[in-house]
Write a protein that binds this ligand. Structure first.
Ligand SMILES: NC(=O)c1ccc[n+]([C@@H]2O[C@H](COP(=O)([O-])OP(=O)(O)OC[C@H]3O[C@@H](n4cnc5c(N)ncnc54)[C@H](OP(=O)(O)O)[C@@H]3O)[C@@H](O)[C@H]2O)c1
Length: 401
């Protein structure tokens, strides 16, 4: 199996996490208007009803003993959504992974969307391929901001900082400023992004790549997103955030603050989601190899079984289920070693959280991603990972029939 298909499978497994958190959300009466995601949830809801309904579409859920408010798209049928935005133009600035996913979903939802990117750049080309028309729905960044009522800043985080002197004067009173990450405004001492005081400033941060935002939408499902308000001038900022969340393809929306969103996001991706998992895979693989195990054995016992067999079970049914699906021998050892890994890693995670909180991670990211050579520098580092034996072992080729 190629690595590409492995990653695709892993992504699908990630998207299946949603039903677990959404399990208690839906009542049977609501099935008709629901996505596949919600229909899955309905099946499960008959087993574990634990929802406190407040108003339709807004639920208080019990997450391991902590009550949290969740917003869902069932409260926003398409006609209501289109009516809500009938006088708005969503000006999507930047057309990377999120711009693509959020923009196309909002456009397919019948919302008036335009795109603003650098003329002649990679994104300009990509946007045209996706059907955005120069002079009609595709403009320079400045022109799109001028035409938009809701300015969705989906430039790279480093570019948001670099372009702010040009963007800021165009965010005039009455417009809404939207982000998908708390990065720029929370770390304002480093980014210098300080929104004008007379505009609503809101956030919808999908919990997945923009490609997943698009894929789930096309499957009739919705991504989980965080929503937050930084500045509420109109008194309608939160409602607007929920509505845009639905427009760009969210299924369930979890309320947070800009600060908590950016802290948890930077921490999570450096930790278990990306950085820690690469470090842990590599450490395990290296010790197996140092003890004479073949590359295939070390790879199978580290990556293959994890991604193809066991981790999808965690995503679908939980850690206890995955443990139970394994042998008694495996279970005993895993139960004994889990607390050792936990204890060993807590100081590392504490150090990481502090590095996020004090802005060290932000400054590194701004410096690296602000370089003219950031794309080639990144490609070089990723190539180094790709060249590691563990990943080359995963791309085995058939030498004989
Ligand atoms: N990707 C994710 O998984 C994810 C998930 C949730 C939230 N977010 C957040 O969503 C936002 C957008 O992220 P993304 O991953 O979609 O985009 P990205 O790949 O980080 O940024 C791409 C966009 O930034 C533009 N850009 C870069 N440097 C520029 C400059 N100096 N001047 C003008 N434009 C410039 C690019 O245009 P050119 O093609 O012209 O260079 C492109 O349109 C960020 O705040 C990110 O943190 C991302």
């Amino acid at each position: 199996m190629s690595f590409a298909s492995r990653s695709a499978q892993a992504l699908r497994a990630v998207s299946r996490r949603a039903p677990r958190t959404a399990v208690n959300v839906v009542s049977k009466a609501q099935v008709a208007s629901y996505s596949l995601l919600a229909r899955n949830a309905v099946a499960a809801s008959s087993r574990t009803p634990a929802v406190q309904m407040t108003t339709r579409g807004v639920k208080t859920l019990d997450f391991a003993g902590t009550k949290e408010v969740v917003y869902e798209r069932s409260d926003w049928p398409l006609a209501k959504l289109q009516d809500y935005f009938k006088n708005d133009t969503l000006a999507l600035i930047g057309y990377g992974s999120q711009g693509h996913g959020q923009g196309l979903n909002a456009r397919d939802n019948g919302i008036n969307v335009i795109v603003g990117v650098r003329e002649g750049g990679e994104s300009w080309k990509q946007a045209q391929e996706d059907g955005w028309v120069p002079g009609e729905t595709l403009f320079s960044i400045d022109e799109a901001i001028k035409r938009g009522t809701i300015v969705m800043n989906l430039l790279s985080d480093a570019a948001q900082s670099q372009t702010w002197p040009q963007v800021a004067p165009l965010i005039t009173k009455g417009k809404t400023l939207y982000f998908s990450h708390g990065f720029s405004v929370v770390y304002k001492d480093d980014t210098h992004v300080i929104p004008p005081p007379d505009v609503d400033v809101i956030l919808v941060a999908p919990k997945g790549s923009g490609r997943t935002v698009r894929t789930l939408f096309k499957e009739g499902r919705g991504i989980n997103s965080s929503i937050a308000v930084w500045q509420d001038v109109t008194g309608k900022a939160k409602e607007k955030a929920v509505a845009i969340g639905v427009a760009i393809g969210s299924g369930y929306m979890y309320e947070t603050t800009f600060q908590k969103e950016v802290y948890s996001d930077l921490y999570g991706e450096r930790g278990v989601l990306m950085g820690a998992i690469q470090g842990l895979f590599l450490a395990q693989y290296k010790v197996l190899r140092a003890n004479g195990h073949s590359p295939s054995e070390a790879f199978n016992e580290t990556v293959e079984e994890a991604t193809q067999s066991l981790y999808p079970l965690i995503g679908q049914y939980g850690m206890d289920y995955m443990f139970n699906a394994c042998s008694t021998t495996a279970r005993r050892g895993a139960l004994d070693w889990a607390p050792i890994f936990e204890k060993t890693n807590i100081p590392v995670f504490e150090k990481l959280y502090e590095s996020v909180k004090n802005g060290t991670e932000t400054r590194k990211s701004l410096e690296f991603n602000g370089r003219d050579t950031y794309r080639s520098d990144l490609a070089k580092e990723l190539k180094e990972i790709d060249d590691q034996e563990i990943w080359r072992a995963g791309q085995f080729s058939l030498l004989t029939e």
